[in-house]
Each structure stands twice: as C-alpha cells, then as structure tokens.
Design a protein around this ligand. Structure first.
Ligand code: GLY
Length: 378
C-alpha cells in the first residue's frame, strides 16, 4: 500500500486540510478529489469569522471552538497567503449586531447577558451610538452590540489562495466524483469513483460538506443539508456607501447579515431551511433577504444585484462539526461545520494535522470529536 492520503471535497475545509498535510509532509502523497472544486457551500459563504455574534445561549461548546478558531485565523491566513503568493481577503473591522423592534432588542440583551456570563463581554450601544459607528444604518435601528474582534474573509479569495497554496506544496488535484470510501472491515483501503474506478489510500479525510453522509456507513445520518440562500450586491456610483463592518440583524425574529467585500460589494445572507438538496433560489427567499436587509441598510435599494445563489450547510444534530477519526482505522472526518465552515477552517486544519501526525485530538477540539456518538452514555 502506498502512503497516500486522499481528501474528499475541495471546499475551503478540504483544500485547507490537503494543503496543511502536504506542507507538513504528513503523507507520501496528498490527493484532493472533487469533480467541481470550490463549488459548494464555500462558494456562497458570507465569510463571517464571528463566534461571538453567532453565539446562541446553550451552545457554549460551539462558541469555545469558534473562539479557538478565530484566535488561530490570522496565522493560518498568513501561512496560506505566504505559500500562495496572494492575499486571502481577511478583514478586521469587526461586527455590529443590531435590532429593529422591541422583541429583537430583548433578544440582543439576552445574547449580551449570556456572553457576559461566559466571560465574553460585548459593548451594548443605543440606536444613535450604533448609527454613529456605521452611518449606512437606517433610523429603524434601535440598539446594537459592537464586537470589534470578529474577523471576516472573502470566501472566494480564500478558495483561490488555498488552491494556489496547495499546488505550491505538492497537493495533487483530481477532478473526479468519489461515491464511497472503501475499507476491509478494519482499515481504510481507498476510495471508489462514480465510474467504478478505485484509488488506493491508507487514509481518507472526508471533507465533502453536506454530501459527506453518503460516503461511508460511519457517517450515515450524521450530516444533513441545511439550505441557505445569499445575494451579492454592489454599491453604484450614486449609492450610499456600504458599511465597513459586518452588519448582523434580527428583523422580526429573522436573522440577516451583510458582509463587506472589496469594490463596494456586500454578501447578504442567509435564509435557512431544512429542504434536502433543493438547489433553487426561491423568490420568497430573495424577498425576505431584500426586505430584512433594507430595514437596517435602507440605501441598499439602489445597489446593483449581481448574484443570487443557494447551497447547503453541513448540519449536525448538536451543531458541532465532526473532526478526526471514526469507523475503520484511517478514516478521518472534517465535516459537519454547519453555519461556521469558514470560521472553523483554522481549528479544523490544526486538529486534522495533529491527528495525521499521530497525536491525540487537541483539547480545544475534543467536544467535536467525530466519534463522539460512539462514546455517548447508553
Ligand atoms: N455563516 C452564516 C450562514 O451560514 O449563513
């Protein structure tokens, strides 16, 4: 058997794991397999690296894992950029979370109280203070939370940089569709392609996002698609300037966000439905996104609508990803990242690199151990 590592899925997570494995020479050969690299959830992601503003009461382990990943992001980004010889599109302006009605303000206060309880205080602002920080916000904004440490990344710049960095360190890319991971009952033996061909491998990392569940029985039923739709808009010459920070809002209970990109662009997202693999962007989804974002950023009505897109977050039952070994020896998971794929790339890379080196799962990733259901008390 060759010392080959196959990574299934060339989204941000799979591309980053393959890059790190090849860079650290953690296998004789690293093969990244995807029929259409960078075409899944990574392509339509908002790119918020925002564990604090994504935090929900009760999801402390998700918050802690996200915070560990946020701390690792700047050095991860610098290493990728240095290998790739190009920028990854990291932004450091932070997040403003805003509310427009009394119920949304109450939600904002609840989140702020939980964060303070968990030792992660945020700055509570009045409507006027919020608008002073971000003049593109409209008069309906009644309150805000400032989260200056949040980062954001241009998902498409990151995908381009990871592809370039992977090539530089020797990742071999294969444009084929894997239909299952093969094993002999005890150990992984390789992957099978849609055309029946087989590639032998000692170790396989499944990083196929929402599509991961069908690749091996150990992953079946553990990851489900959670559909999301986004819009990409651009300020025109005559438009009000876009915000410089990520703006998140709860509008009549529905979450919406606008994440700045270069060139006066914003990614506006995202809807969230349990709708299987329905690929269509729905008119109702676009209506909700436009209506909700316009409540907080009224100038957006004059922006150009450049794109609408849908994809599928890889959801898990406990909203934690699945990282590391499970099932037969040599099978590794890097999937189930839910709403936090971009954020969790950095901690996923360090976790998978540790496992590939033969180390135990790092302490910060233990709650996300892929085989956690196997050790649940019965
Ligand atoms: N990370 C934001 C989303 O999934 O919509």
């Amino acid at each position: 058997m060759v010392d080959r590592l196959v990574v299934v899925g060339a989204g941000a997570v799979g591309s980053a794991v393959a890059w790190a494995a090849a860079r650290e020479r953690l296998a004789g050969e690293v093969v990244l397999v995807d029929p259409d690299p960078g075409s899944g959830a990574s392509r339509v992601a908002g790119g918020m690296l925002a564990p604090i503003s994504e935090a929900w009461p009760g999801e402390r382990e998700v918050l802690e894992l996200g915070a560990a990943s946020l701390a690792a992001w700047p050095s991860f980004a610098a290493r990728v950029a240095s290998d790739a010889g190009r920028d990854v599109g990291l932004r450091t302006e932070g997040t403003l979370q805003v509310a427009v009605d009394a119920a949304d303000v109450a939600d904002l206060d609840r989140v702020a109280a939980h964060l303070a309880e968990w030792g992660r205080p945020v700055e509570r602002l009045t409507g006027r203070e919020t608008r002073r920080r971000e003049p593109s916000l409209g008069p309906s904004v009644r309150a805000g939370l400032a989260v200056p440490d949040d980062l954001a990344v241009d998902n498409r710049e990151l995908l381009g940089a990871l592809g370039a960095a992977g090539s530089v360190v020797g990742v071999r890319s294969l444009a084929r569709r894997v239909v299952r991971v093969l094993d002999d009952g005890a150990r992984v033996t390789g992957v099978e392609f849609a055309d029946g061909g087989v590639l032998e491998a000692e170790r396989v990392v499944v990083a196929a996002g929402a599509w991961s569940g069908s690749l091996h029985p150990a992953l079946e039923g553990r990851v489900r698609p959670v559909k999301g739709e986004i819009l990409r808009v651009r300020a025109r010459r005559t438009s009000l300037p876009p915000p410089s920070r990520t703006v998140r809002a709860s509008v009549s209970g529905r979450p919406v966000y606008a994440v700045p990109r270069d060139g006066g662009r914003l990614v506006v997202g995202a809807t969230q439905y349990e709708a299987g693999f329905d690929p269509d962007v729905l008119v109702g989804g676009v209506r909700d996104l436009v209506g909700d974002v316009e409540r907080v950023l009224p100038g957006i009505a004059d922006y150009a609508l450049e794109e609408s897109a849908a994809s599928f977050r890889p959801g898990t039952d406990d909203n934690l990803p699945m990282l590391g070994p499970l099932g037969p020896s040599g099978l590794l998971a890097a999937t189930g990242h839910g709403r936090n794929g971009m954020l969790l790339v950095a901690v996923t890379v360090s976790t998978l690199a540790a496992v590939l080196r033969g180390d135990a799962l790092p302490a910060e990733a233990r709650a996300a151990a892929a085989d956690r259901s196997a050790v649940a008390p019965g």
